[in-house]
Write a protein that binds this ligand. Structure first.
Ligand SMILES: Cc1cc2nc3c(=O)[nH]c(=O)nc-3n(C[C@H](O)[C@H](O)[C@H](O)COP(=O)(O)O)c2cc1C
Length: 246
């Protein structure tokens, strides 16, 4: 069973190489307006999306992100911020003081931002564009805040490159559905059997790509990734921003 929406979703792959073709303003506005229709916790809409066009600023962001060239070369680069500032203004307008620093507010704002982010990419893909999330903006989130004038009670969750694809990478196989879909309770999976099978699938995928061929499996990749401390500065950074204090 399928339809154009499902087909677009099943065809997703991150795009990091773009044609030298601009995205028309009305196309980007259509994408963002559609993305804004994502569900939002209690209708808070706790996000702000900053479009960065200045080439020098893009170069600096690319450097912060470990020299990801596509941040400079993509026709559009967006920074998605979790943002409580409008909500604070709403409180002020009605003589209330916004409670601050609760982990719950951090979760609400971050989840809202993730939802509009994925909706943005999906809407773009439905119009023949492609793109990639850039979590690496959190390599130095303080510097990103300074560069983009992001105030307290807001923080950059991820960036996103968008453009017309100049690449046709294969689709990265996901875990088998039974690994993530359970009935009624958590019920432990047969993890070893599952990983054996998925490692086989992912090894084949990594061996058959046109570029960046490697002999790699998902479990090995995850073992490397999950046994390293990544961005340990985030806790103190979020604290300073007014998030995640209690
Ligand atoms: C929050 C988030 C942050 C990401 N950050 C980066 C990034 O900084 N650079 C990059 O090239 N890809 C980044 N990605 C893309 C993932 O690597 C990619 O989605 C994943 O490997 C699955 O591949 P696919 O999107 O092609 O299916 C990010 C994805 C997400 C959801």
């Amino acid at each position: 069973m399928t339809n154009p929406t499902i087909e677009t979703m099943l065809a997703h792959r991150s795009i990091r190489k773009f044609k030298n073709e601009q995205i028309k303003t009305e196309v980007l506005e259509t994408i963002l307006s559609a993305a804004q229709c994502a569900p939002t916790s209690n209708h808070v809409q706790a996000y702000t999306v900053i479009q960065v066009t200045n080439p020098d600023v893009r170069k600096t962001i690319a450097r912060i992100c470990g020299d990801q060239a596509w941040i400079v070369l993509a026709p559009v680069f967006l920074v998605f911020c979790a943002d409580l500032n409008r909500l604070e203004a709403a409180c002020r307008r009605h003589g209330k003081e916004m409670v601050q620093g609760y982990a719950e507010q951090f979760i609400v704002a971050t989840v809202d931002t993730a939802l509009i982010g994925q909706n943005t990419l999906l809407a773009a893909e439905s119009l023949g564009l492609g793109g990639v999330f850039i979590g690496a903006v959190r390599n130095d989130p303080q510097k990103i805040c300074e560069l983009l004038d992001i105030p307290e009670h807001a923080y950059p969750v991820f960036g996103m490159c968008l453009g017309y694809p100049d690449d046709d990478p294969p689709i990265k196989p996901r875990l088998p559905l039974e690994a993530i879909h359970r009935q009624e309770t958590y019920t432990k999976e047969r993890t070893d059997t599952l990983l054996d099978a998925y490692d086989k699938t992912t090894r084949q995928y990594y061996r058959s790509r046109d570029s960046n061929l490697k002999d790699e499996t998902w479990s090995h990749q995850m073992a490397e990734f999950m046994s390293k401390v990544i961005r340990p500065h985030m806790k103190a950074f979020l604290h300073d921003r007014g998030f995640f204090l209690k």
